[in-house]
Write a protein that binds this ligand. Structure first.
Ligand SMILES: [Mg+2]
Ligand SMILES: [Zn+2]
Length: 430
């Protein structure tokens, strides 16, 4: 597959690092960001690379030449006048006959490209975009996807957002099928999201490939320094999903939010003190953070899938305002015993996902290549501890929520902590 990298655009605003060099040439540990990208692509066998260059592009050409030094083939498209984030694709439109990667050249990243390509093929997508939650969803464009990861809407950061939203943000990495280039009919200024992705949502099929891999831009000095530090510590590389990840699995009710009978509507969601700080600590570490929750309220007909989504959106919205995010939320909607008025018959089953079964955890392992031995399960009941034991993680029982007094299993956790913040601090210390 070919990779097209958008390496045009203005020079960097990072005045303390470099003046008047194109953003993709900003050095991270003595190597331009663009070189890091090319090295990463080559690891997945992607060696045909087209660089779209513009302002100050000569610097890029002088540095990379035909790519031989990096053992790849580089060709160039020169944008004489700035054509936005998409207009220059006009010049490659006729050359590209197969699906290709499109990457913005100012991103520091380390991605398992083959994994993303498999997803794209499996979905038969016209456009696949790599998505992830971030620490500032309130001022980011948000992607709204259905349960099959098909993008159904796009919420611009300029819209007034007076609702609870899911924290899912576009990263600037795509797989594009040539059909999606039909929107580019002449070499004029175009915006990639506005003029291609958004129309393609309804007309062609856009899919959201959710990944926990490292993809960050370096728009400010603070972010630049964070990225450089992550690189030198090896974090960026380790988060590539080819490598096993470690995860902190969290129960929901009584662990994140206060207990309040059956949580069947979002008005009942109140986060326990310190929870956002705890999750921020996880986000700053190399652990993934995934909620694993039994929600039999669905099977019992006390709460719809739609309302459950609003409940989860509320949790994500509150966390997002505090700069925290969860990497995923996985729930079991089933319940084994029938006989409830209004119950949903087909969900009244013995499933393998209801805790203490580990179906939700094995699902997370499949999605994010998690090593369970290096992972933790934190919850407020013996069911949570039994789940962790069944899955082979380490476990922490909290003295919030049910405080372990549900009495369902006779289990001993690895540790007992007062609340989630104490538990996460403990993990960071061991
Ligand atoms: Mg609980
Ligand atoms: Zn289930």
């Amino acid at each position: 597959m070919i990779a097209v990298i958008m390496a045009g655009g203005k020079g960097t605003r990072l005045k303390d690092i470099a003046v008047d060099i194109p953003k993709p040439m900003v050095p991270v540990c003595n190597k331009p960001v663009l070189e890091h990208q090319i090295i990463n692509l080559k690891k997945s066998g992607i060696t045909d690379i087209i660089l779209i260059i513009g302002h100050l592009g000569e610097r890029i050409k002088e540095y990379f030449k035909d790519g031989r030094k990096l053992d790849v083939n580089i060709s160039y498209v020169i944008e004489e006048t700035p054509l936005g984030t998409a207009g220059a694709l006009y010049y490659i439109k006729d050359k590209i006959k197969e699906d290709f990667f499109l990457i913005f050249g100012d991103l520091m990243l380390d991605v398992d490209w083959k994994r993303m390509k498999c997803f794209h093929k499996e979905k038969g997508a016209a456009i696949t975009l790599l998505s992830h939650p971030n620490s500032h969803p309130f001022d980011s464009d948000l992607i709204i996807a259905d349960k099959n990861n098909k993008v159904i809407n796009w919420d611009s950061k300029h819209n007034i957002r007076d609702y609870y939203y899911k924290n899912l943000v576009n990263s600037g990495i795509y797989i594009i099928s040539p059909i999606a280039l039909k929107y580019i009919i002449e070499p004029k200024k175009m915006d990639f999201e506005k003029h291609i992705v958004i129309p393609a949502i309804n007309e062609l099929g856009v899919y959201s490939y959710r990944s926990t891999e490292y993809v960050k831009d370096m728009g400010t000095l603070e972010r630049y320094e964070a990225v450089s530090s992550d690189y030198s510590k090896g974090v960026i590389k380790r988060k590539n999903l080819k490598n096993p990840q470690k995860c902190i699995f969290l129960d929901r009710d009584g662990t994140l939010n206060e207990l309040d009978g059956f949580i069947n509507n979002n008005n009942k969601i109140k986060l326990i003190e310190g929870v956002a700080d705890a999750i921020k600590l996880i986000n700053a570490s190399e652990y993934l953070c995934i909620i694993i929750t039994n929600q039999p309220v669905i099977a019992r007909g006390e709460c719809s899938f739609e309302e459950l989504q609003v409940i989860h959106n509320k949790i994500e919205t509150i966390l997002g305002k505090a700069g925290a995010y969860v990497d995923d939320i996985i729930f079991c909607p089933h319940h084994p015993h029938s006989g409830y008025k209004g119950e949903v018959k087909e969900l009244k089953v013995n499933c393998n996902c209801r805790k203490p079964n580990i179906g939700m955890i094995t699902d997370a392992v499949d999605r994010y290549n998690i090593n369970l031995e290096e992972s933790w399960f934190i919850g407020d009941t013996t069911v949570d501890i039994q789940t962790g034991i069944n899955a082979g993680t380490k476990t922490i029982l909290l003295l919030t929520g049910e405080k372990g007094q549900d009495g369902k299993y006779s289990v001993v956790p690895d540790t007992i902590k007062l609340n989630l913040l104490d538990a996460v601090k403990h993990i960071m210390e061991v």
